[in-house]
Structures are given as C-alpha cells and as structure tokens.
Design a protein around this ligand. Structure first.
Ligand SMILES: Nc1ncnc2c1ncn2[C@@H]1O[C@H](COP(=O)(O)OP(=O)(O)OP(=O)(O)O)[C@@H](O)[C@H]1O
Length: 322
C-alpha cells in the first residue's frame, strides 16, 4: 500500500465480522479480511470491486457508520469509531440513494444544512453550478434520479468538507449533468479536497481517479494509478508494447494466418467482424494493410483501442458473476 505523508483517510488491515448467522450454525462471517488503503488530499482515490466485494462495508467503517472488528482507521487524523460532531462537520458524504427528506424542497433544504456548519460554501454558487435552480420548487420525492443526485452532491458539499465520499456519483445522470459533476469534482480535487470514490463504472474511475484500489472478497487485490493498472499485463510486464485491440469489418472468412506475429490473436467474432488483440506495433498495422492491399480488401470500418480499466478489472477480479 502507498503511504502518503498526511492522508485524509488511512485504513490498515480492516476486519469486519457479521453475525452470528443461523445459516452458519451460529458462527460469525468475515466479510472484510484486512483491507488497507490511503487517500491523499488533492486526489480522487477510487475503491473498485464487484458486487459484494466489501466496498460499502469498508467505507461505512471509515465513516464511523459501522463498527469494525479489527484493524485501524484514521479519518482526518481521528478514529471515526469514537469521533464526534467536529469530525463529521469536516466530512461530506454523498450517498447513492441520496438520503434526503422526501418532502423537502432543494433550496430550503440546502439552507438548513448550511446552517449546521461553521464555514459553509456559497449556496448560490453550488445551486448554479449544479443546475439546481432549474428544479428548486420541486419536492425531493418528485425529483428525477439525476436531479436527486445533483442535490445529494450539493448537500454533501455545502458544509465545505475537507474530505468527500462519493458513492456512484454519476448514476442516473445525463451526459450534460455528468460532465458538470465531473468538472466540479476535478475542481474540488484541485482545490485540495480528498475525494474517495466508490463505483462500478470503470469509465468514471478511469476519468476521475488519481489512484485506484481494487478489492475482491474483502481483500486488496490490486492498486495503482490508472496508467499503472493499465500496464499490468503479462505482455507489458515482459517489456513489450502496450496491449491494444484492433476491430475491423471485412468480407467474411478471410484467413490471416502468418500475416501478424503468433502473439497476436486474430479472430472472426461474427461473420465479417474481426478482432486482433496483443502488443500491436506500427509494423503489424503496416503488414495488415499490405495484406489488404495485395488481396484487394478495403475494410468497411476499423478502430484501435487501448486496454481499458474495465479489462484490467475483469482480469484481476475474474469474470464470474457475484
Ligand atoms: N449483516 C450482514 N450479514 C450477512 N452478510 C452481510 C452483512 N452485511 C454485508 N454482508 C455481505 O458482505 C459482503 C460485502 O458487502 P458490501 O455491501 O460491503 O459489498 P459491496 O462491495 O459494497 O457490494 P455492492 O457493489 O453490491 O454494493 C456481501 O456479500 C454482503 O452480502
């Protein structure tokens, strides 16, 4: 695990047991077995994991909402298990279901929350930045999913926290709102806030995260910057070029044997749709183009993609459904 000098959150060897469970003959069940992570100020730290990996349990222990069984946690230098109002006022939490009172209207609700903090952020600025003015007269229960998300983010930020927990911040957002929310998150990060993001959306993590922890079955399985994780490939580790995938459409049934090196797998996934994956070099692309020219083949379409964080995540945590 990395060890920054002054992390906003540091978790070491977190253990959480639940039970006793009748389904286990009255025994306890260990759902988190030694998770460690550190989040720095001025960074977005992402916690990724499949369903049931232990993300929510880890984050709720970090927020002091669940009691841990073992390990240590320091949130802004305090143990969240014993912390009081002072620590809570320095921490913003955006929950997936919002947790907002259904009959409240956005602006009075935000004003009310702002009143609980010593140094709240500007309400007008947040309202305008998150487009809350467009639905300020609608009660929480009638807001759309995306509007609720934006209001939940404003509620988490109005107290001007030093650390912000985001759970699936872009769930339900249209592309414009997603862009808006991402810009705000980047700005907050650049302003020094420590942001801890839990998400299933690898795209969001790839775009936002400065550092990523992947957990599986209650344990750390990988960590690094997005680019370090993207390099985590056996071929790349052996010193070869970055793995890429080339998709192209061409007449069905072509035989590419011998056109590309053996390390590059070419397959026809549907009639006329080809995929070549491996450490493709410019020379490989040239060989393929030469072959096409020699055989009078003009691809109908073609695209080249680098491995995504999703590919890495699936490699690390397996493809079985949880
Ligand atoms: N009180 C409990 N009793 C029994 N099992 C529990 C209890 N609380 C959590 N679990 C189990 O512990 C595991 C971890 O749950 P957790 O909610 O932390 O996962 P998660 O990574 O947040 O998953 P998701 O992505 O689906 O939200 C799950 O398999 C869950 O069913």
């Amino acid at each position: 695990m990395r060890s920054p000098e002054s992390p906003v959150l540091s978790i070491s060897g977190l253990i959480k047991d639940v039970g006793p469970l009748a389904s286990l003959d009255g025994k306890m069940l260990r759902i988190v077995s030694g998770v460690s992570l550190a989040a720095e100020p001025g960074q977005v730290t992402a916690l990724l994991g499949a369903n049931g990996a232990g993300k929510t349990t880890t984050i709720e222990c970090a927020q002091g909402l669940q009691r841990r069984t073992g390990g240590s946690i320091s949130l802004l230098g305090q143990d969240p298990a014993n912390a009081g109002a002072d620590l809570r006022s320095r921490v913003g939490v955006m929950l997936q279901d919002g947790g907002l009172p259904p009959s409240a209207r956005p602006i009075p609700l935000l004003k009310h929350i702002a009143g609980m903090y010593a140094r709240p952020r500007s309400l007008d600025d947040l309202v305008q930045r998150l487009g809350i003015d467009t639905f300020s007269r609608t009660s929480v229960r009638r807001l759309s999913g995306g509007q609720k998300q934006r209001l939940a983010l404003a509620a988490a930020l109005i107290g001007n926290p030093e650390v912000l927990f985001l759970d699936e911040p872009s769930a339900g957002l249209d592309p414009q709102s997603r862009q808006l929310v991402f810009e705000l998150i980047a700005e907050l990060r650049d302003g020094g806030m420590g942001i801890i993001l839990t998400t299933h959306l690898m795209d969001d993590a790839q775009r936002l995260a400065d550092y990523v922890y992947i957990i599986d079955a209650g344990r750390n399985v990988a960590e690094g910057t997005v680019s370090q994780l993207l390099q985590r490939d056996p071929v790349v580790e052996a010193g070869a070029d970055h793995v890429r995938t080339l998709f192209f459409e061409a007449p069905a049934g072509l035989d590419f044997t011998g056109v590309l090196p053996e390390s590059i797998a070419v397959s026809e996934t549907r009639a006329g749709s080809y995929v070549a994956t491996g450490a493709l070099t410019p020379q490989d692309l040239a060989s393929l183009a030469t072959w096409w020219a020699a055989h009078g083949v003009m691809p109908g379409s073609m695209s080249l993609e680098a491995r995504s964080l999703e590919d890495v995540f699936l490699d690390i945590s397996g493809k079985d459904i949880r």
